[in-house]
Design a protein around this ligand. Sequence first.
Ligand SMILES: [Zn+2]
Length: 695
Amino acid sequence: MIITRHVIPRRGSTNDSPVIIKSRNKMKSIIFIICLFQILISISCKEGSFNIGKENIGSISIVVPDTANSIVLFAADELKKHLDLVFDGNISITGFSSRNKFSKRFLVGIKPDDYSKKLNPEEAVYIVKKHDVFLFGDDAINIKYSEEHHGDLNDKKLNEVLNLSNNRTGTLFAVYNFLENELGVKWIKPGDDGIFYAKPLSVILTAKDSTWTPKLLQRNIRTEMLSFKIQNAYGQCAPKEFSVTKEESFKKYADLLIWMRRMRMGRSENFRFGHAYGSYWEKYQKTNPDIFALTSMGVRKPMGRIERVKMCPTNTELPKIKVNEWRDDLQKNPFQNSKSISGCENDSDGFGSDEWCHCDNCMAIDARREGEDLTDYVTDRYVHLWNAILKEARQYKDDIMVTGYAYENMLQPPRREKLDDGILIEFIPRMGGDFEVTKKLYEGWQEAGMKKMMYRPNDLWWEMGIPMGQEQRLFENFKLGIAHNAIGTDFDALMGYWEGITDMTYYILAKGNADPNATFEKLEEEYLNSFGEAKDDIAKYYRHWRNIFNTKVIPEELRLNNGIKTYFLEYGLLYRLTERIDEFYSLEDFDLTDSYLKTAAGKNIPDQAGNYIRRMQIANENSRLTFICFMAGRSGNKDQITARAKELISFRIKNKDKVDINWNVLFQAQYHQMKDQIGMRYLGFLPKDIDTNEF
Ligand SMILES: [Zn+2]
């Protein structure tokens, strides 16, 4: 006999925990009576409630409009997928005209007749009534699928839904809010392995209206590390066993983008950032040579890669050229060009001060201090350029904005120039910098006129491939940005090391984007709760690594940097950390964390959590072997390095599909950024000429 227990939630709250009626096989009669009493109470209270369970799932349907767009269709697919998982059912999806065949309905992309409120961008709403649950939101397919330009996702529905930069998916978010708030579903990582859920016998949903509008108008973590292009480029550094077909790559990439949507990532508005002069040398070297930087060589031409040529920010032709290009773009593609123009300088190309502009006007405009060179400070000249582009562009559109980077030698606030109203700064602070210094940077920019900014850290790049425990530091850096008027985020970039390596970081960060008011403690608790009775053991596992990061790695990084330029948490400089790995990590760390995972795996937990922990154990063994290779690399003994590297690579080959690690990116990072300390060069699989320009 199966006896049920009801829990009645507060009415009208959007964050009620699921109303779950759990099955109990060994109930005593006294509990039966209490439960029966509760059922009677709940029946009398549940005027308007919607119940769903194994017994009635066949009489419920998901209803979509007879002509539905990709977003609504995908939202219905996702709702079906999760309801089927939770209730072991096979719920039907039907068109609106067939809705009356069913006594209860989930209406996706359909509003109640009496709903008249105008939706905010990306707003997601679900309304529970006695017979119907309405799930809808603000959707917009601004960039449609096209057979000629479909990118990596050659599927109309996926292509349109997973265009996170341009298309709005409020209806899909309504489905995810519903699944999370009402059924307790969580998405720990991409793919089916990452869906965590309870299996209640039935659930009673009380009548309610739930609405959610994102507080951040852009919520982004860059995902291109899973793109086919990167898999190929970075795969140069991996053994052939790790090469992926286009189809395999697309599947993983789509899974990641779906996870991003499940975490409610996306954009309400589209601002243009990004290096803005990459094609200028090819286009303007003959007609406008003076717009390029006068390098230390006394000529106006690129010192290295032409796409990284530096500009002369005080040149008066440059703003006109930029604005003319934008006017063309605006005509061709109004959606992507009506908000802003990117004025952001190209990345430096490794030539230090020499490649920046040395002309008299540029040199005169920067208020550089004694002892500083052009790699330390050039902010004033770029603020001057952004203002000039803004002034030029406002002649044609009075609300256009111009974007610029607070980054590297433009990270420090301008000392002489002020920002005109209409400049949007993309801020690139460092989690390895002193937060007091970061705070002063924000304040300095605010004093110079910065009203809003986009938060765009590179912090997710600093990964060795063994657990770093960076989640709290990284999250606090994000919160500091939120406290200084960040209107959106653009994290560069998700490396894709899940299952015990960086998974908690990705989860907490994504959830923080959806709810920037949430504390680290709340999100950590939410993540750990997924592991049920193994929660405390899993907490020990993650906190062990976090403790190393917070008490060893960060203090040393802070000791060696000035808050502006980081020492080893920096692109291409991670080898400085791995070559001193024994100062931060030891074999006991792996023994201890293995013991936590072993205890966790022995607990009475749902299958998803159990399987996840077993994959964490494989990942931790990979981490241990990687650490051993770092240590062998430190010794400098070729035989030792080779022997340890062989063990590591054969372990990775054997387990490559048993754990979710983005192998090609990991191999590239350990070869390129960590200077092959693990010794892959001795194993014979690396090609003779690796094209590092592809990185
Ligand atoms: Zn110049």
